[in-house]
Ligand binder design. Structure first.
Ligand SMILES: [Zn+2]
Length: 114
Protein backbone atom coordinates (compact mmCIF):
# COMPACT_ATOMS: atom_id res chain seq x y z
CA UNK A 1 0.00 0.00 0.00
CA UNK A 2 1.34 3.44 -0.84
CA UNK A 3 2.16 6.07 1.75
CA UNK A 4 -0.66 8.44 0.78
CA UNK A 5 -3.28 5.75 1.32
CA UNK A 6 -1.70 4.69 4.60
CA UNK A 7 -1.77 8.32 5.69
CA UNK A 8 -5.49 8.53 4.83
CA UNK A 9 -6.28 5.43 6.87
CA UNK A 10 -4.15 6.66 9.74
CA UNK A 11 -6.16 9.91 9.80
CA UNK A 12 -9.46 7.99 9.68
CA UNK A 13 -8.36 5.75 12.53
CA UNK A 14 -7.15 8.61 14.70
CA UNK A 15 -10.45 10.48 14.16
CA UNK A 16 -12.43 7.36 14.98
CA UNK A 17 -10.34 6.82 18.08
CA UNK A 18 -11.01 10.37 19.29
CA UNK A 19 -14.76 10.01 18.66
CA UNK A 20 -14.98 6.70 20.52
CA UNK A 21 -12.94 8.02 23.42
CA UNK A 22 -15.20 11.03 23.88
CA UNK A 23 -18.30 8.80 23.63
CA UNK A 24 -16.83 6.52 26.27
CA UNK A 25 -16.18 9.53 28.45
CA UNK A 26 -19.78 10.70 28.07
CA UNK A 27 -21.25 7.27 28.78
CA UNK A 28 -19.25 6.79 31.97
CA UNK A 29 -22.10 8.17 34.09
CA UNK A 30 -24.76 5.98 32.44
CA UNK A 31 -22.74 2.85 33.07
CA UNK A 32 -22.13 3.69 36.71
CA UNK A 33 -23.57 1.23 39.25
CA UNK A 34 -27.24 1.74 39.99
CA UNK A 35 -27.78 3.58 43.24
CA UNK A 36 -29.45 1.55 45.96
CA UNK A 37 -31.35 4.40 47.56
CA UNK A 38 -34.79 5.35 46.36
CA UNK A 39 -33.89 8.68 44.81
CA UNK A 40 -34.35 7.76 41.18
CA UNK A 41 -37.50 9.69 40.61
CA UNK A 42 -39.93 8.33 38.05
CA UNK A 43 -37.91 5.43 36.69
CA UNK A 44 -37.89 2.18 38.59
CA UNK A 45 -34.77 0.40 39.75
CA UNK A 46 -35.47 -2.34 37.18
CA UNK A 47 -35.54 0.14 34.33
CA UNK A 48 -32.41 1.78 35.63
CA UNK A 49 -30.60 -1.56 35.78
CA UNK A 50 -31.72 -2.44 32.27
CA UNK A 51 -30.53 0.91 30.97
CA UNK A 52 -27.23 0.35 32.75
CA UNK A 53 -26.88 -3.07 31.11
CA UNK A 54 -27.44 -1.57 27.67
CA UNK A 55 -24.94 1.18 28.42
CA UNK A 56 -22.39 -1.41 29.52
CA UNK A 57 -22.83 -3.41 26.31
CA UNK A 58 -22.35 -0.29 24.24
CA UNK A 59 -19.25 0.58 26.24
CA UNK A 60 -17.82 -2.90 25.79
CA UNK A 61 -18.30 -2.73 22.04
CA UNK A 62 -16.66 0.69 21.90
CA UNK A 63 -13.75 -0.53 24.01
CA UNK A 64 -13.27 -3.52 21.72
CA UNK A 65 -13.33 -1.25 18.70
CA UNK A 66 -10.77 1.04 20.33
CA UNK A 67 -8.51 -1.97 20.83
CA UNK A 68 -8.87 -2.89 17.17
CA UNK A 69 -8.09 0.69 16.15
CA UNK A 70 -4.97 0.58 18.31
CA UNK A 71 -3.93 -2.64 16.59
CA UNK A 72 -4.61 -1.16 13.15
CA UNK A 73 -2.48 1.90 13.97
CA UNK A 74 0.34 -0.35 15.14
CA UNK A 75 0.08 -2.36 11.94
CA UNK A 76 0.42 0.86 9.94
CA UNK A 77 3.71 1.49 11.78
CA UNK A 78 4.84 -2.09 11.20
CA UNK A 79 3.93 -2.05 7.53
CA UNK A 80 1.43 -4.91 7.76
CA UNK A 81 -1.69 -2.75 7.58
CA UNK A 82 -4.27 -3.88 5.01
CA UNK A 83 -3.11 -7.47 5.21
CA UNK A 84 -5.48 -10.12 6.50
CA UNK A 85 -4.46 -11.25 9.97
CA UNK A 86 -5.29 -14.86 9.16
CA UNK A 87 -4.56 -15.65 5.50
CA UNK A 88 -2.18 -12.70 4.84
CA UNK A 89 -3.94 -11.74 1.62
CA UNK A 90 -4.72 -8.07 0.95
CA UNK A 91 -7.95 -6.69 2.45
CA UNK A 92 -10.07 -4.94 -0.19
CA UNK A 93 -9.82 -1.16 -0.38
CA UNK A 94 -13.58 -0.67 -0.17
CA UNK A 95 -13.70 -2.75 2.97
CA UNK A 96 -10.94 -0.66 4.57
CA UNK A 97 -12.67 2.55 3.49
CA UNK A 98 -15.81 1.47 5.32
CA UNK A 99 -14.10 -0.11 8.34
CA UNK A 100 -10.48 1.02 8.61
CA UNK A 101 -10.05 -1.09 11.75
CA UNK A 102 -10.85 -4.48 10.20
CA UNK A 103 -8.13 -7.10 10.56
CA UNK A 104 -9.60 -9.88 8.43
CA UNK A 105 -10.38 -10.06 4.72
CA UNK A 106 -14.00 -10.63 3.64
CA UNK A 107 -13.46 -14.34 3.12
CA UNK A 108 -11.86 -14.97 6.52
CA UNK A 109 -14.41 -12.77 8.30
CA UNK A 110 -17.18 -14.93 6.79
CA UNK A 111 -15.46 -18.16 7.82
CA UNK A 112 -15.82 -19.17 11.45
CA UNK A 113 -12.52 -19.65 13.24
CA UNK A 114 -11.61 -23.30 13.47
ZN1 LIG B 1 -8.06 -13.66 5.03
Amino acid sequence: MDTARLQTYRTMLVDLQATLESELEQSRAEAAPVALDGTMGRISRGDAMQAQQVALDVRRRREQRLLRIGTALRRIEEGSYGQCGRCQSAIGGERLDAFPDVVLCVRCAATPRR
